[in-house]
Design a protein around this ligand. Structure first.
Ligand code: NAP
Length: 336
């Protein structure tokens, strides 16, 4: 099968940083689906693994943690899917990625592809959707519909995760959604997805929030730039508020949260698959629920850019764009 990967960790400008190669089609384990991949999206995690991880000598690391495809074959104990099913999923960080014609994934972290979306539109969604959903409902324990009131500040609203978190919070909760964006186009994108307000993360937040009627907010989702934004975000966190984060700050001073009895909530969307937690199948359920919400017109795809076929040249371009830290929504590649 065709696959894209690397043998040495190199800057994306180097043509060897991602290369096309041929690999054996893998064999499914007991709960695995063998998926014929149709489209993938690219996430910051792809660029981070490329920079940080060197595969064993002579082997290739295959990146890619978002796919849409059709089930080709199933393992002996598979119960949730059958060959021919259209699926979407993010996969596991401790297994090879989705940038290959065929890919293995545990059925318990796979959902049915939304029927109303093209394969490219659907490929934009799984990883960021799982992250946003788990942060909102599992880590923050926000109630659905009218159960929770208050405000949620989303730092990095126009990015992949922010684009889903804005929609989930707006459509499924009664929270006031305040996103951050620093450019006219990212600000407009956040408003189009349902943010009630948008403030600028490149400017002090407290005065901007005051202007729209909030002295503090009880929930803060810090999705990117946490190390830099942290003091300003803690300043606007309400007493007894919740601070959630998903990115990679090198150091955070947790004592800043003490006076406010603020709590810190990590979300890592690979936790369930990495540790095989007892509730791993929650990701299957949430992806199916999101597929239903998409098909009912309540949520939309966050696809903004299609870069062509899944090959090394186009993936290098996608990595370059992601590394700029300024993408809006999601980048997708389709077909081999
Ligand atoms: N823990 C997990 O499970 C998990 C899951 C998914 C992603 N992540 C991580 O979370 C981070 C965000 O992922 P993503 O896919 O949403 O990223 P992304 O799509 O690359 O985010 C791009 C957006 O970030 C905004 N931004 C840039 N600098 C910012 C700053 N200093 N403060 C606030 N916003 C800023 C930009 O908005 P403007 O152009 O308006 O400035 C841009 O629209 C990445 O580090 C990723 O690896 C973790």
């Amino acid at each position: 099968m065709k696959a894209i990967g690397y043998q040495r960790s190199l800057p994306i400008e180097d043509p060897q940083s991602l290369v096309d190669f041929t690999a054996e089609v893998p064999q499914p384990g007991a709960r695995d689906l063998l998926v014929r991949v149709q489209a993938v999206s690219v996430n910051p995690v792809d660029t981070k693994v490329r920079v940080r991880k060197t595969p064993p000598a002579g082997e290739y690391q295959i990146l890619g943690w978002d796919a849409v495809g059709v089930v080709e074959a199933v393992g002996a104990e598979v119960m949730l899917f059958k060959p021919g099913d259209a699926v979407f999923y993010a996969g596991s960080i401790v297994r090879p990625g989705t940038n290959a014609e065929f890919h293995l994934v545990d059925e318990r972290i796979v959902g049915r592809k939304p029927k109303s979306l093209s394969v490219a539109q659907a490929a934009a969604m799984p990883l960021t959707t799982i992250t946003a959903w788990e942060l909102l409902f599992d880590r923050f324990q926000v109630g659905r519909a009218s159960a929770t009131s208050g405000a949620l500040l989303i730092a990095g609203g126009a990015g992949g995760v922010g684009s889903m978190l804005i929609q989930l919070a707006r459509q499924l909760t009664s929270l006031t959604v305040i996103a951050t964006a620093s450019r006219a186009e990212s600000r407009q994108w956040c408003l189009d997805l349902g943010a009630h307000h948008v403030v600028d993360h490149s400017q002090p937040l407290a005065p901007q929030l005051k202007e729209i009627g909030f002295s503090t907010v009880p929930l803060i989702a810090s999705l990117t730039g946490t190390e830099k934004n942290y003091p300003g975000l803690v300043e606007v966190l309400a007493p007894q508020g919740k601070f959630g984060l998903i990115d990679d700050p090198k150091m955070l001073d947790v004592t800043l949260l003490k006076q406010k009895s603020g709590s810190l909530h990590w979300e890592f969307m690979y936790t369930r698959s990495m540790f095989g937690t007892a509730d791993i199948q929650a990701q299957h359920r949430l992806l199916n629920e999101v597929a239903d919400l998409v098909d009912a017109g309540k949520l939309r795809s966050t696809l903004t850019r299609e870069l062509g076929a899944i090959n090394a040249v186009n993936l290098r371009e996608a990595h370059r764009e992601i590394e700029s830290g300024r993408t809006i929504g999601k980048i997708v590649l389709e077909g081999f």
